[in-house]
Design a binder for this molecule. Structure first.
Ligand SMILES: [Zn+2]
Length: 266
């Protein structure tokens, strides 16, 4: 839970839009939610009595909801004092494949971002992705891959896609590999420790570069054959996990995310 140093600080109250990244039961009747807001970033908060049948808040704070919330940011913890749904993405939630992808993207976004630091671009990205998935995006896997790349960018881990991360030369078509934990493309001339470079097709490199300069709608308006989708999934998944393994204290959490990816990939 979010805690703040010092005692006696008066709670601050905020009205903000929020995406519910996660919602877990806490105690007998409460819930703890992880929210992503445009201005406050990722925020953890308690929802008192959320699981009581009479709760006015509970239904507005299910995972993947887009809600307007009133947050009391306390000295020791945060509480959701009010909530109203803006969108609950009902179509998305009727389809298991779509739910799996959306939950994975919500968890990934939460994992990549620090507590209570504004990340409006990541908020926008996830909202756009949920809308696209809910609206029947032609290819939810492309939507997921687009989000992964742009989230890496927003978190400060954009993979290098133009020059070799080892020697700095511009990579030549079809003479490149991809090294997730080195931060991007490597040329065929450079020696990379075994197991650290993945094959990278020219098509996949082109899609990644296209994602990097396009809006979500433009970026995902492609038709990608299954083999290319699988390749992109491997590359970007390895990038995200490399970042999380470096920065996340909990190996268990990375394992959890890996499971979610697997479910989302079915
Ligand atoms: Zn090189």
């Amino acid at each position: 839970m979010a805690t703040r140093q010092g005692s006696g600080a008066r709670p601050r109250s905020y009205n903000t839009d929020a995406l519910v990244l996660r919602s877990v039961d806490e105690g007998e009747a409460d819930r703890r939610v992880t929210l992503l807001t445009p201005g406050l970033g990722k925020v953890q908060a308690y929802v008192r009595g959320a699981r009581r049948i009479t709760s006015r808040l509970g239904g507005h704070l299910d995972a993947l909801n887009h809600s307007r919330v009133n947050l009391a940011m306390g000295a020791r913890w945060n509480v959701v004092a009010g909530a109203e749904s803006i969108a609950s993405f009902g179509r998305l939630k009727q389809d298991l494949d779509r739910i799996a992808v959306a939950l994975y993207l919500a968890e990934l976004t939460g994992a990549m971002l620090p507590e209570e630091a504004p990340h409006p671009a990541a908020y926008r990205l996830l909202l756009d992705a949920l809308r696209a998935i809910d609206g029947g995006a032609a290819d939810i896997r492309l939507t997921a891959r687009y989000l992964e790349l742009r989230l890496l960018e927003d978190a400060g881990y954009m993979p290098e896609l133009r020059v070799c991360v080892l020697c700095g030369c511009a990579v030549e078509p079809d003479q490149h590999r991809f090294a997730p934990d080195l931060g991007g493309v490597v040329c065929d001339a450079c020696v990379v420790p075994q197991g650290r470079a993945l094959p990278l097709s020219l098509s996949a490199l082109k899609v990644l570069r296209h994602f990097a300069r396009s809006s979500m709608a433009e970026g995902t308006a492609l038709s990608a054959p299954p083999a290319l989708l699988t390749e992109l999934e491997t590359l970007l998944g390895a990038c995200c996990l490399a970042v999380l393994e470096r920065d996340t204290a909990s190996g268990a959490f990375v394992g959890h995310l890996r499971d979610m990816r697997r479910r989302a990939a079915r």
